[in-house]
Unconditional design. Sequence first.
Length: 226
Amino acid sequence: MFDDVAERYDLLNDVISLGLDRWWRRVAARAVADATAPGARVLDLGCGTGRLGALMAGRARVVGVDVSQAMLARARDAAAPFAGLVQASAFRLPFADASFGAVASGFVLRNLEDLGGAFREMARVTAPGGAVVALDITGPSDRRLRRLFDAYFGTVAPALGGLIERREAYCYLVRSLAQLPSPPELCTLLEGAGLAAAHARPLTWGTATLFTARVRQGTDRKKASG
Ligand SMILES: C[S@@+](CC[C@H](N)C(=O)[O-])C[C@H]1O[C@@H](n2cnc3c(N)ncnc32)[C@H](O)[C@@H]1O
């Protein structure tokens, strides 16, 4: 699916999120910067066209991973100086244990059918004490806001999206929104994958959420997995 939308993906994102995706990514990049030393190796998982990686690249050595060859080609053409771009799946990352100071992902969670498995892989490749930072669109918990959110994604956004992209591609994006567990459930999944201090920070009234968690230090990590 992402191979088909790669060309217009950034425009689609900007239009549907009313430009908020840019601010949300900046918040995620700041969380990665707060959790890592300058020059740290950071994995941008599901890097897409490279927008999140570009925000982290000035300070970190960013390796981008994506399943979509077309998305990787766009990331390669972008100005972001990636230290590497690799085609691979979130469920089987081709990296040694503890090889990154942090793993970041932007708008990828809702595409992953086995979130627990993906979180375990993210935890495995992150060094002890390092951070997992994941950003995604979520529904606000306030009932009235939730109704507005659902109405927006049910009617206005499809009309906007339809101007840019084929309707089935847009429908996939809407369906994938509904698949994501709630923020507290996602925190439970992060901790179930052996990560500590899982936290969900609502952004823009909870229409997006920034998830952060830490990889346990040596002995804590052994206790959690054994
Ligand atoms: C909605 S896009 C987000 C792209 C980018 N992170 C951003 O901030 O705009 C989701 C990306 O995740 C990738 N993706 C989906 N499933 C994946 C998987 N199992 N492993 C790695 N990447 C995946 C897609 O190819 C796509 O590029």
